[in-house]
Design a protein around this ligand. Structure first.
Ligand code: ACO
Length: 380
């Protein structure tokens, strides 16, 4: 058995765990201090004080926008929100039995093929594409949920900010300020997280010098899986399996967990490859969830949340990740469970495209080696 490049037994880093693949200036995940910085700013401070538009600008440009820069950026974002009729007609051909992430993946690809600068990967073109995709994607997510409910497209409103308009296009009515604020927080927390699986996928695709939309389309595929973005949906499935009606919620959560662990199930919304002492984003998202629980008067969900979290701590000593509070937050807002990961897509488009641009700046083809362990050479 030899590796592709050497006869010495190589050290294998299964799942690339612990491998530092490159440098990045975009975000710093510090597992020891449970902290996450975007371009140097703590994410909880950004969530408390900034709009998602400001954070998107920060991720791409490295600095927060001045008032004039923000005005120019948001004007562009507001003018690019309408659902392209061609994208709509392609979405309409997709069965409602398909997962909404399949719709996102397809839409990203169609938007890319229709972009006037589709084959231009210059820094200016990539920044323009990133901003266009950021502006266009909420309409895709909102319309896909609506069509599954037999509802028509809702045209965007230019007088609303990103989060307020996203909620408006999805539900056809203006959301309450508390709901808009919690949604804005979730978008900021989901925006960026260094070399996670989907971002790394985007960087691998970019490293071949493929275009930005190809990289985003691939990243959406990587995000769909339940070990990554798909976990926020799976959390809600768990909550629904346990249920909050009738009987002792805490006892039911404990019993459900015992059964699940006995069959070696992974408990969705818990654990993290990098954070072992807890996900830095959870306290901020949990505070947003608590506000939604109070707003919608659902103390039963709070009880279930705490019961499962405590049982998991006791049985496995594993802490929640961002998807654990985000799933029930989106549920309370009225999103269908299968729309949760598409919301993650809309947020992470910012981080992915920032990484695509960074990868392009100092590119090297990403191509690791493998250790062959198949049959020795043999004759036909
Ligand atoms: N449920 C049960 N056991 C778990 C969980 C979990 N959620 N997470 C880790 N473990 C256990 C593993 O079974 C393993 O135990 P063992 O050593 O006895 O076999 C040990 O903890 C180490 O787990 P690994 O899977 O090796 O850790 P890894 O770093 O590879 O996994 C991952 C990280 C994939 C996120 C894992 O924790 C998991 O599957 N979690 C559930 C899915 C999830 O919530 N994903 C969202 C990630 S965050 C995000 O995308 C925003």
């Amino acid at each position: 058995m030899t590796s592709e490049a050497t006869t010495e037994a190589p050290q294998i880093h299964k799942g690339l765990a612990g491998v530092v693949a490159d440098t990045t200036r975009i975000s710093k995940v510090n597992a020891e201090t449970n902290s996450l910085l975007y371009r140097g700013y703590p994410v909880q401070d950004l969530a408390a004080q900034c709009s998602f538009e400001q954070v998107a600008y920060l991720l791409w440009h490295g600095e927060l926008p001045t008032n004039a820069e923000l005005a120019e950026f948001t004007a562009h974002e507001r003018s690019g929100r309408a659902l392209d009729p061609v994208v709509k007609s392609v979405i309409d051909t997709l069965p409602t039995s398909s997962h909404p992430m399949d719709v996102c993946r397809t839409a990203a690809s169609v938007i890319g093929a229709r972009h006037p600068r589709s084959e231009d990967s210059s820094p200016e073109a990539n920044l323009a594409k990133a901003k266009d995709l950021f502006a266009a994607f909420p309409a895709v997510v909102a319309y896909d949920q609506r069509r599954r409910r037999g509802q028509d497209v809702v045209e965007p409103r230019e007088d609303l900010d990103y989060s307020a308009n996203f909620l408006y296009m999805t539900f056809g009515e203006e959301a309450a300020p508390e709901v808009i604020e919690a949604f804005n927080v979730s978008m900021i927390l989901y925006a960026e997280h260094s070399f996670n699986a989907s971002t790394f996928t985007a960087r691998v695709i970019t490293s071949t010098l493929a275009d930005l939309h190809s990289a985003v389309t691939g990243a959406i595929g990587a995000l769909k899986g339940p070990l990554h973005g798909g976990a926020n949906e799976a959390v809600m499935d768990t909550f629904e399996e346990i249920g909050t009606e009738g009987g002792d919620i805490t006892r039911r959560a404990q019993a459900w967990l015992e059964d699940a662990l006995a069959t070696k199930k992974k408990i969705m919304g818990f654990g993290h490859r990098v954070y072992k002492k807890g996900d830095s984003r959870v306290p901020t998202m949990k505070a947003a969830l608590d506000k939604m629980i109070a707003y919608y008067n659902r103390p039963d969900l709070a009880e279930l949340y705490t019961a499962l979290e405590s049982a998991m701590a006791e049985k496995k000593n594993i802490k929640p990740n961002l998807d654990y509070p985000a799933g029930p937050t989106y549920h309370l807002m009225g999103f269908d469970t299968q729309t949760f990961t598409p919301l993650f897509v809309a947020a992470r488009i910012t981080g992915w495209t920032a990484h695509i641009m960074e990868q392009r700046e100092a590119n090297s083809l990403i191509r690791p080696l493998s250790e062959y362990n198949g049959p020795d050479q043999r004759s036909l």
